[in-house]
Design a protein around this ligand. Structure first.
Ligand code: CA
Ligand code: CA
Length: 181
């Protein structure tokens, strides 16, 4: 790096200049494209399991792709939260096959949120974090990303209940008589 006056008379002995430069975290926490998405664990808030992921959009133009597994056996509600934003970041949700499903594009540093109900479309769903306006990035303040899967336990519970009822109905009369007395 070299700093010099544009002309011979461009100098000043009383007023200092400032040089600012930014160093991005390396390596980047996630790739810039669908196929390179970083695999993350989703939270399952219904059983109190929570996991939050942190990352930076840096340098300008950086975008971060993540993926998470969704089971195919049950309907699931996917909730994606992107919070603590240093600038205008936006959020996309993509299906496992790469189709854009939903977007959250609030202005300024407002948080982003996507909620999407999935009925038996299992596989690796993808999330994209990117700049909402040119130059929205930060080398010093990270964002918080959380993916939560919910509804599975309820469906699993319903299924188990249904099985119990079937078993009870198919059970021998004596057993049922015992329970009734
Ligand atoms: Ca990044
Ligand atoms: Ca935004």
């Amino acid at each position: 790096m070299r700093v010099q006056g544009a002309n011979a008379w461009d100098w000043n002995r009383t007023q200092p200049y400032t040089v600012t430069y930014r160093v991005c975290n390396q390596p980047d926490e996630a790739a810039d494209y669908f196929d390179g998405a970083e695999k993350i664990d989703p939270s399952i808030s219904e059983i109190g399991y929570s996991t939050i992921h942190y990352g930076y959009l840096c340098p300008d133009g950086d975008e971060d792709w993540y993926k998470f597994a969704v089971p195919s056996a049950y309907p699931v509600t996917i909730t994606v939260d992107l919070e603590d934003l240093p600038a205008d970041y936006d959020l996309d949700l993509y299906t496992p096959s790469g189709t854009l499903q939903k977007q959250s594009q609030n202005p300024g540093t407002a948080s982003e949120k996507i909620t999407h109900y999935v009925n038996s479309v299992g596989g690796e769903w993808h999330v994209r974090v990117y700049s909402g306006v040119p130059g929205a990035s930060s080398a010093t303040q990270d964002y918080e990303l959380e993916v939560d899967l919910s509804g599975m336990l309820r469906d699993l519970a319903f299924e188990l209940c249904a099985l119990q009822i079937q078993k009870a109905e198919a059970g021998p009369p004596a057993e049922r008589g015992d329970q009734a007395s």
